[in-house]
Design a protein around this ligand. Structure first.
Ligand code: HEC
Length: 160
């Protein structure tokens, strides 16, 4: 009598164990996916605000011929652009990003050659390209220009 009761229970237990493990794992996957979907990621506009700051710093560092600082700020812009490529994959505007690569390279060459007139020309070219992309992505109301005053009073742009 005891066997008659135990046997079906045994069969039921062994057959359903994997299913309940799979279910447990699925629940964990679902909860992790949910967490990932709600993890903070910087938005396109936040990257742009950071790029705006580096853009202004480049102008003051370049005019002071502080080439190591210009190079540093240029690399920071490139890092922010990489961040857009990595975190803003849902934004179609990412497709327009490559237009900024050539002007950034040209500015990099001015820095390598420590050439102030070429720096100024290439900075204007870079700024025009910011605006070209804003037009291409229907953000033409975000107009970037050469700065009139240093972005921060607590940073030295001259060479020490
Ligand atoms: C992919 C093309 C593209 C390029 C290249 C680009 N931008 Fe933008 N920019 C955008 C888009 C799209 C937005 C709107 C982002 C949003 O939805 O918040 C934007 C927004 C901005 C904003 C407004 C941010 C705010 O919240 O006030 C600034 C400032 C800005 N960009 C600066 C620049 C500067 C400076 C450069 C050049 C060094 C540049 N952008 C190059 C596409 C571009």
């Amino acid at each position: 009598m005891r066997y008659i009761i135990l046997l079906p229970l045994l069969i039921l237990g062994s057959c359903c164990q994997p299913t309940s493990n799979t279910q447990k794992m699925q629940t964990q996957i679902d909860s992790l996916q949910n967490k990932l979907a709600h993890t903070y990621r910087p938005g396109f506009g936040e990257f742009m605000l950071v790029i705006q700051i580096h853009h202004a710093k480049i102008w003051y560092a370049g005019n002071a011929q502080n080439w190591p600082l210009v190079k540093f700020e240029l690399d920071e812009i490139k890092e922010s652009l990489d961040g857009i490529r990595e975190y803003c994959t849902d934004r179609p505007e990412v497709a327009s990003l490559p237009m900024i690569d050539a002007p950034l390279d040209s500015l990099g060459n001015s820095v390598k050659n420590k050439d102030l007139p070429s720096f100024k020309n290439n900075f204007v070219l870079l700024t025009n390209t910011c605006n070209n992309c804003h037009r291409a992505t229907k953000h033409e109301f975000n107009v970037i220009k050469l700065p009139d005053s240093p972005p921060f009073s607590n940073q030295e742009f001259k060479v020490h």
